[in-house]
Ligand binder design. Sequence first.
Ligand SMILES: [Fe+2]
Length: 154
Amino acid sequence: MYDYTFRPDDVPVKKAVAWAAATGIHCVDEVALFPDPFPSRSIWCTVRCRYTEKRLAQVAQRGSLILVNHYPLRQDMAKLRRIPRFSIWCGTRRTQDWHRRFSVTAVVYGHLHIRASRVLDGVRFEEVSLGYPGQWQPARGIQPYLRQILPVGD
Ligand SMILES: [Fe+2]
């Protein structure tokens, strides 16, 4: 989820949506994604993160993990060149260190529609979205869109 914390430090979280709107950036979630039964999307995000942190702490003891998440875990991986202020709808700072806190081999995510591969702190981060439909090139086949996560090193 997101909680509007992927913003500059000098933008108060309560003003983050207005900060984005000042450049014409809006997210349909603000009118179409209802957080019920939670009082807000931010609180929903907090509850969801706490639940997942608990689960990760349990399963990380069994071995290394592949984290699969819709959103990027880190703010520095939510850079949107054309619409930078859309970042507030792209994740939460709560997950910033999950790749170090838990035993993680790779993090697989999407949401940004910007395919990317990166290694940070020895952990692979793979943005594996397909891009937007207008960017798809069916003639290339499926192979260029696939990313091997395991086994590592191939
Ligand atoms: Fe998304």
